[in-house]
Each structure stands twice: as structure tokens, then as C-alpha cells.
Ligand binder design. Structure first.
Ligand code: SAM
Ligand code: SF4
Length: 475
């Protein structure tokens, strides 16, 4: 598969800013949706080609309900045909909320005196991870404010500590990071510590809007943040996640910004982002935001479908910021990863459950408070296959999302069997009885749907080994 190459007003060069707001605005202005064009664009995406910014803009501008339905149907088809029914699960772990920046939208901003500042001690991190493991989690994202204390050495330390904590059959097999941008040397250090994805969200791709939300601190430098994941690539850390915070500027513009960022990484490093995140602003301590750019639920669902079609081989992450019903709907349009059993208050996984969310202790308010088991149960009801798979990362098969998409048979050979094995582990070790029963039925159904007899046999053998006490089996 070839990447689409396009000419832009700012040519792509490594470590150089690449966003021209006038260009994006102009592309949006000139994109006129009609039924025929939308249908052709969807066909192009279904034929496994990434869309251009102009094509993405046509989808983004669609307002006719029939056109929107076509886009959602297209996204659903792409998801079903190419990715199947797996949903990868993870949990965020907030390590420290000290912050030297003052992002208007964030509860951790330096000027917010109401926030209770805390950095977990090693002991506390260990307890948090034990609690997460007791829940069945295998994949974490460690989250940090931007503070001198949270430098590359500290992030590397927390990563190694996370991998070292083992309780019962529990262990963390993949640690992703969401923290401030690093320099090249810093990215090298965290790569050596064994991180999975390094996420940096641009928040808004509009430089003028960006300025208004980031008045002081290191984050005020739009260009430094924009090129942060170029530096990761220069350091050999090719597994990166991009994102925009929806509600800061026109959502249509941000979608094109995300596509432009993807193009840039592909043009310079021949590898796009592993994941795209699209958080919407949620209530936070001392939050004073206008409502001008808030994204409605219906636009949000459409936006996810557009993104799925625009970047068919990139993972899409939808977090517990969003309410359960909306998450359920959006899974159909191609979301590939969700968090479950999420708690944002520092230290809260190892404390009593069902505590009221305390806005002065967390970064913002989440809207899906369900436990991991409840989420897994619902996924099973929807005929989805919950997965904790980390096999590609551990076998050095990087760019797995791209491989899933472009290597024929990859999903049936690796992803589905591994999803089944990791779900099986969860059912044996952590699920409540009713969920376990449902889960084994879903596993049986999914095994029977695998086309290769040899893989079916091997998989059944491995499940038998797991039932005899073996763990961490994968293809
Ligand atoms: N401090 C680092 C940084 O700013 O890059 C780490 C990221 S922060 C802890 C994680 C992300 O949360 C931010 O990049 C932002 O997109 C998002 N965020 C901040 N405030 C939010 C809010 N009120 N509602 C939803 N998401 C928010
Ligand atoms: Fe600090 Fe990140 Fe929050 Fe900005 S978004 S105030 S940098 S924690």
C-alpha cells in the first residue's frame, strides 16, 4: 500500500512546523459535499487508501442526514471488513498532577490553587498497580502534568517500576505514556525503559487559538509541541499517539489538523501515528471555558466516523470522558481502544471504589464510571471481543495497526487468536461468574469463525494449557 503524497503550502521537513491555518481553512471552505462524491470517497477508503485533506473535508462538511448516514455506514463497514470485532482495553494511571503550565481548560493548571497537588511515591505507585492488576488490567497509560520533576528519567523510572509489579497472575505488559514533550535524548531514555506509545496531544492545530489557551509555561510554544513527535521519531521511538482536544476551536478544522499531522509523520518518517485521540473538554476544577466550539454528541459521532475513513490504518482511542451510551454507539464506527474501570484521582485505584469523583483531585470529570468487568460484560453482549493483547509490541512487530490493515490474514492469524487468549486469561482470573459464562461462549463462537483449522487447533490447545495454570500465551 502506498501513502498518498500531496503538495502542501509548507513542505514537510523533519522537525519543522507544518501547519498552515489558511490552507486548512481554505480546503474546508472549498469542500462541497454531494452524494456521488461522498460515495466515491468512501469507496476509496474501503479500498484501503488514506484520504486526502480535500476528501476528508468533503466528509467533514456533510450535513444532509442521508450523507451522514452514508459516512457512518462506510465507517462501520470498514471496521467490520478490516478490523473485525476486537476492542483493546487499557487504564490510565495518573502519577503526578504538579504542573508549570496554565492551560485554560485543565484542572491541573498552575494557577488553580484548589487542586490538591500530589506525586505518587514508589510505594503508592506499586499499590495502584497491584489494584489495577487485581482488576485484570494488562495495559496502562501513565499520565503526568508538565513539571521539571517529571523529566525523562522519572518517566523511565515509573515505566520500569510499573513493569516490575506482579501480583498473583497479574502483570502489566504494556506501559504507554501521556506527558509533556521531550527532547530527543529524553525520548531515547523512555524508549529504553520499554514504553509502548508516547502520546502528545496538540490540543488545537490553530496557532492563534492555541495562544489564547496557553499563555505561560513551556506549553506556550506551539511549534515545539507540534514537532514533539518528530523528535520521538528522531530518537527511534516510532510508536507515537497524536490528538486534539475538541472544544478549543472549530472541530472540522481540528480533524484536518490531525490528518495533516498524520501526513507529515508519514512524509518525513514513513510511519504514521499509532493512535489518534479526540478528547472533548469536560468539567474540571476552576474551568471557565466558552461554549462556542463545544462539539455536540451528534457531531462527535460523525467526526469519529470521518476519522475512521480518513486514516483507516490508525488506532482510534475513545476514553471514559464520554458517557457509556455514546461510547457504545461510537464503537461501531471504528474505535479500536477504550479505557475501562477508569479513575483519575491520584491514588484512587487502591482506595475504596464508588468514591464520589472529587474535581479538586482529578484532571477533569469522567462520564463513564463503570468497572472494567461491567465494560467487558457489555462488550460481550454487543458481540465484541475484548482484548488485552500486547503480543506485537513484545515481539517487536511495531506498526501493528498498519499490519493489521495491510497484511492479508494478519488479524485472523494473530490479532483474533491473541484477543481470545487474553480474554480467556481475564475470564479465568478476574471475571464475575456471569461474565465468565458469556465470555467463554463468545470465545467459542470466535474460534469457530477462524478460517484456518491449524490455528483453531493450536488455540484450543493453548486455552487448555491456560486452564491448567499457564499464562501469557500468544501468537
Ligand atoms: N501535561 C501533559 C500535556 O499537557 O501534554 C499531559 C497531558 S494531560 C495530563 C492529558 C490531556 O488531557 C491533555 O493533553 C488534554 O488534551 C486533556 N485535557 C486537559 N484538560 C481536559 C478537560 N478539562 N477535559 C478533557 N480533557 C482534558
Ligand atoms: Fe498541565 Fe497538561 Fe493540564 Fe496543561 S493539560 S495544565 S500541561 S497537565
Amino acid at each position: 500500500m502506498e501513502f498518498v503524497t500531496q503538495k502542501y503550502s509548507i513542505p514537510d521537513e523533519p522537525m519543522k512546523p507544518f501547519i498552515d491555518p489558511d490552507e486548512i481553512t481554505c480546503i474546508l471552505k472549498n469542500a462541497k459535499p454531494d452524494k456521488r462524491l461522498i460515495s466515491d470517497i468512501i469507496d476509496k477508503s474501503l479500498a484501503k487508501t488514506r484520504l486526502s485533506m480535500q476528501e476528508t473535508a468533503v466528509l467533514v462538511n456533510a450535513t444532509d442526514p442521508d450523507h451522514i448516514q452514508m459516512i457512518k455506514d462506510g465507517a462501520r463497514k470498514l471496521k467490520e471488513n478490516i478490523y473485525g470485532n476486537r476492542i483493546v482495553l487499557f487504564a490510565p494511571l495518573y502519577i503526578g498532577n504538579k504542573c508549570q503550565n496554565n492551560c485554560t481548560y485543565c484542572g491541573f493548571k498552575a494557577s488553580n490553587k484548589n487542586t490538591v497537588r500530589k506525586t505518587l511515591s514508589d510505594n503508592e505507585i506499586t499499590h495502584e498497580i497491584e489494584a489495577l492488576e487485581d482488576n485484570g488490567q494488562k495495559r496502562l497509560i501513565l499520565v503526568f502534568g508538565e513539571h521539571d520533576q517529571y523529566d525523562a528519567d522519572y518517566i523511565a523510572h515509573c515505566t520500569k517500576l510499573s513493569y516490575s509489579v506482579k501480583k498473583g497472575n497479574g502483570e502489566i505488559r504494556r506501559v504507554n505514556i501521556n506527558a509533556a514533550p521531550l527532547d530527543i535524548e529524553g525520548y531515547r531514555k523512555v524508549k529504553e525503559a520499554g514504553i509502548g506509545t508516547y502520546q502528545v496531544f496538540q490540543e488545537t492545530y490553530h496557532p492563534e487559538a492555541y495562544k489564547t489557551y496557553h499563555i505561560r509555561g513551556k506549553k506556550a510554544d506551539f511549534g515545539y509541541r507540534l514537532t514533539s513527535l518528530d523528535r520521538a521519531q528522531e530518537a527511534g521511538l516510532d510508536d507515537v499517539g497524536i490528538g486534539a482536544l475538541f472544544g478549543l476551536y472549530d472541530w472540522k478544522y481540528e480533524v484536518l489538523g490531525l490528518v495533516r499531522h498524520t501526513n507529515h509523520l508519514e512524509a518525513c518518517y514513513n510511519i504514521g501515528p499509532h493512535t489518534i485521540s479526540f478528547p472533548r473538554i469536560k468539567d474540571a476544577s476552576m474551568l471557565k471555558m466558552g461554549t462556542k466550539y463545544m462539539v455536540s454528541d451528534s457531531d462527535f459521532a460523525k467526526m469519529i466516523a470521518v476519522l475512521r475513513l480518513a486514516v483507516p490504518y490508525t488506532g482510534l482511542i475513545l476514553t471514559a470522558r464520554e458517557p457509556a451510551e455514546l461510547r457504545k454507539e461510537c464503537l461501531n464506527y471504528g474505535v479500536s481502544q477504550i479505557d475501562g474501570g477508569t479513575k483519575l484521582e491520584l491514588g484512587s485505584y487502591s482506595h475504596t471504589r464508588n468514591e464520589e469523583q472529587n474535581l479538586n483531585k482529578g484532571q477533569f470529570r469522567i462520564n463513564d464510571n463503570r468497572s472494567l468487568n461491567e465494560i467487558i460484560d457489555e462488550l460481550l453482549e454487543q458481540n465484541m471481543l475484548p482484548s488485552f493483547c500486547t503480543a506485537c509490541y513484545r515481539l517487536g512487530r511495531t506498526g501493528e495497526h498498519f499490519m493489521e490493515f495491510s497484511v492479508p490474514g494478519f488479524i485472523k492469524r494473530f490479532c483474533s487468536p491473541n484477543a481470545i487468549l487474553t480474554l480467556g486469561e481475564y475470564l479465568l482470573d478476574y471475571a464475575v461468574e456471569e461474565t465468565a459464562q458469556k465470555g467463554w461462549q463468545v470465545i467459542e463462537k470466535n474460534i469457530n469463525e477462524l478460517p484456518d483449522e491449524k490455528i483453531r487447533t493450536k488455540l484450543r490447545e493453548r486455552i487448555a494449557e491456560m486452564k491448567n495454570g499457564k499464562r501469557d500465551l500468544y501468537f
